[in-house]
Write a protein that binds this ligand. Structure first.
Ligand SMILES: N[C@@H](CCC(=O)N[C@@H](CS)C(=O)NCC(=O)O)C(=O)O
Length: 250
């Protein structure tokens, strides 16, 4: 019987049943990323802070040639040295921690960590997009940066900068509609709420847990873009961010 595309199972997050050792470059843990992607930066900050030697494959954001082998088409994708593939940034954070140190609780073991890891995707990630792409000027500034840093082919660069700025301004607007306050005020409110959960030095207390890497990665992606001054001027978040930066050298 011929299988139709409809029979194809939906790609799933987390650890994958089939190993792909050929995708672990030089037999090292390998991460497939876009350089400016907030979710990729979560994972990089953990890998670097644990001193894990890894390979980074930059994916072309247009063609995604380097990720054609995977059903999961968003970055980051992690492949461990033995070929274990893990999809989705928060799942990857847990997998890496579990296999390299086990320094923070697993999903389901600590409600606060679970809540703030989910917050990084559902609230913080969307709040920064609303600020970065607040208007055409800020959107163009971001696309100028992204198309220079990410692995765009030269001929894709210009068109993506100008068209991307228009598209992302619309995305920014739709993200802004999720929140009651205007984008800058909303980001400030979200940082205030994060600040209440930082327990001493980190979300994890004396040392970072999954919530620290997850939220740091998201904010790290907006460094040098519109709205980062809100982070720099926050009395609790800025010292926390600086501690995370020192801790992860990213
Ligand atoms: N929930 C995913 C989100 C990943 C995601 O949205 N990545 C973006 C880049 S920042 C992407 O790959 N977008 C392209 C696509 O989804 O096709 C995660 O946490 O890893």
């Amino acid at each position: 019987m011929v299988k139709s595309a409809q029979d194809k199972p939906e790609p799933i997050s987390g650890v994958q049943p089939i190993k792909v050792p050929e995708r672990a470059i030089n037999n090292k843990p390998t991460i497939y990323t876009f350089a400016t992607c907030p979710f990729s930066l979560k994972v990089k900050s953990l890998l670097i802070s644990r001193g894990i030697e890894f390979e980074n494959v930059e994916v072309d954001p247009m063609k995604k040639t380097e990720l054609k082998w995977s059903d999961w088409t968003a970055v980051p994708v992690f492949v461990d040295s033995d070929g274990t593939q893990v999809n989705n940034s928060n799942d990857i954070l847990h997998f890496i921690d579990e296999n390299h140190g086990g320094l923070f609780p697993r999903h389901g073991e600590n409600d606060a960590q679970d809540e703030w890891m989910a917050f990084s995707d559902n609230i913080l990630g969307k709040s920064i997009v609303a600020v970065i792409y607040q208007n055409y000027r800020t959107s163009l500034h971001a696309l100028d940066y992204v198309t220079k840093i990410d692995k765009f082919r030269l001929k894709d660069r210009i068109v993506n900068k100008w068209l991307g700025a228009i598209v992302m301004k619309m995305v920014g607007r739709s993200r802004a509609k999720m929140f009651e306050e205007p984008p800058r005020q909303n980001l400030s409110t979200q940082l205030n709420s994060m600040a209440t959960a930082i327990d001493g030095n980190f979300f994890g207390g004396n040392s970072p847990n999954g919530a620290d890497y997850a939220n740091y990665g998201i904010l790290r992606s907006m460094q040098s873009l519109n709205g980062f001054d809100i982070v720099e001027n926050h009395q609790i978040i800025w010292p926390w961010y600086s501690r995370m930066q020192l801790h992860s050298s990213l």
